[in-house]
Design a protein around this ligand. Structure first.
Ligand code: URA
Ligand code: SF4
Length: 254
């Protein structure tokens, strides 16, 4: 359901799923077998966001169930995290033909769904997989520079990772993914610190204990500016694939 203005008023993750499954807002609906709204816990504090469904995902209507999904599961298992602990979705909810990159107008058309999913889930940590997903939150981001960094975005933690499909193509990227994902617990801890009430200044008579000092974040984390309506400003050139080179998501076909 939408209100008279264009602001979506979907009240649950399930409702968004229903709307997405019958959505015809962009041309991607024409080629889909199933839309893939996302899956996982509606109470998840971690959201994981890929680019768009591949062949297997389109067949079954579930995110990350092909080879990329298997690698994602392996990476999460090392943390350890299981899928029920997180919510997994994509920037676009329908499969681009031949697994090409999503086009700017498709990202823009699909944007309200991810936006509302974020509002309803209110995740503390946003894990972006690959370049498209990173750009959705951090317009100036560069996956080759920002992967594995714990960044701050609108009061939440943004934790960019390479796309698992890139890891399947390139052993060095896979190794980097395996290393980076181990920072996820620290990203979660940082998100807890971020949402905790600001520590009160010690009373004159109270000594600051060592443990209190230790709890202060040692280094300020970089805040990334979200592009206001990032989707509308993404240009064609920014959508040429750099790190998840063309064909990466085709690995999802296996
Ligand atoms: N790649 C993605 O970006 N998303 C999926 O759901 C599967 C493969
Ligand atoms: Fe609708 Fe998004 Fe699918 Fe396009 S990709 S048809 S906007 S759900």
């Amino acid at each position: 359901m939408t209100t008279g203005d264009t602001r979506p008023s979907w009240t649950s993750i399930e409702e968004i799923g229903d709307v997405v499954r019958s959505c015809t807002k962009c041309a991607l609906h024409k080629g889909r077998v199933n839309a893939v709204p996302g899956s996982g816990s509606a109470n998840a504090r971690i959201i994981i966001i890929g680019e768009g469904p591949g062949f297997n995902e389109d067949q079954q209507g579930l995110p990350f169930i092909g080879r990329s999904g298997k690698l994602l599961d392996e990476l999460l298992a090392a943390v350890p995290i299981v899928r029920d602990d997180v919510f997994i979705t994509n920037v676009v909810k329908c499969r681009p033909p031949d697994n090409r990159d999503p086009l700017p107008d498709e990202v823009i058309a699909c944007r309200p769904y991810l936006k509302r999913q974020m509002e309803l889930l209110d995740p503390r940590v946003i894990v972006t997989l690959g370049r498209h997903s990173l750009l959705r939150f951090y317009h100036e981001g560069k996956i080759s520079k920002d992967h594995g960094k714990i960044l701050r975005w609108e009061g939440r933690i943004l934790f960019p990772l390479y796309h698992p499909a890139a890891g399947l193509r390139n052993p060095a990227i896979k190794k980097q993914l395996q290393e980076d994902v181990l920072q996820l617990p620290e990203a979660v801890r940082e998100s807890i610190r971020l949402s905790a009430p600001a520590p009160q200044p010690p009373q004159p008579s109270t000594e600051v204990s060592e443990s209190q000092i230790a709890e202060q974040p040692t280094q300020p984390i970089a805040e990334v500016p979200e592009t206001p309506e990032a989707g509308t400003q993404l240009s064609e050139t920014q959508f040429t694939n750099e790190t998840t080179e063309k064909g990466d998501r085709q690995l999802g076909m296996f």
